[in-house]
Design a protein around this ligand. Sequence first.
Ligand SMILES: [Mn+2]
Length: 335
Amino acid sequence: MAADTSTLHKTHFRRVVTHTDFDGAVCAALCSHAEGIDVFQFTGPGSILNMGLGIGPEDIVCDLPHHPAAGLWFDHHVGNLEDYRLKGGSINDIQGSFSEEKSCARVVYNYYKDLVEFPLFMEETVNQADVIDSFDYQGLDDWRTKTPSRIVSDSMKALFDTRRERDTYYRHLVRKLRSLPLDLVAADEEVKKRFGQYEQEEVRTIELMKKIATFSPDDQAGEIVILDTTELKHNPHLIKSLAFLLYPTAKAVLEIRRLFVRDRKTTTLGFSMSLGPAMEVSSRGKDIGDIMRSLNIGDGHRGAGAGKKDCRSKEEMIKQKVYLMSEIVRRWKAQ
Ligand SMILES: [Mn+2]
């Protein structure tokens, strides 16, 4: 990056730790430009506190739960602010900024925009982060309009062979987002390749979801889409966010699968559940990690959780599946 007046001087920040999505990548691009940082780490909300990321005062944490050691924190998730307060934090002590915006990119942009000069295209990039992160779509047709920001965002959801391959791609993307308008980022060869892979998975996911999605009889409002893949020969890779387009009443999605050991099906059930993108930002009372913990099957955070249950036979497995499904719905409604 050119050393010019658009970068804050005397910065001591060295790394951006950010969320694994479009909003997270735009946050990293903004911080990178403002602070002259070129080191990026990607992680999910559940991992920020316990993954040995070695977070310290030289780190800027974006779009993720608060970390007490971080130098700066930027976020817009109401639940994360609640957690921060429960741990004794005060909003006046936040180094960085918290605000209930549609995207964290907006929070970062507002913080820096009077301090540094951003390229003109950055405003539109942040506008698009708002649309994407608040899931502002009017149904499947609107969703299917592949705008440049959608192409970039979807390219991040392609299935990567390894974490390392994913992170290499994400870093490439942040450097593009920092220096180019979205239409040129979307035209990048690497972005086009990943987007192509994503599109194939999207078609497969929609077909499969239409076949297997159900709701619990106790869930009259249709808040939890249940994707039971236990009868399938293989565990599919499902792009879960598509459930919120196919079923607009849904606030969360619950996937139930059978675990495999060396290509052989076991009688262990796996559960994974996540809030819809709009719910993840705005929900106050819901906590999926708490549901998994209270059932003693697993763990997680507010927005997503996972669990498993070992069963001795197929009969027991079917019983447990029905029981845990209804308990998850009951605990969800009680929150
Ligand atoms: Mn976000």
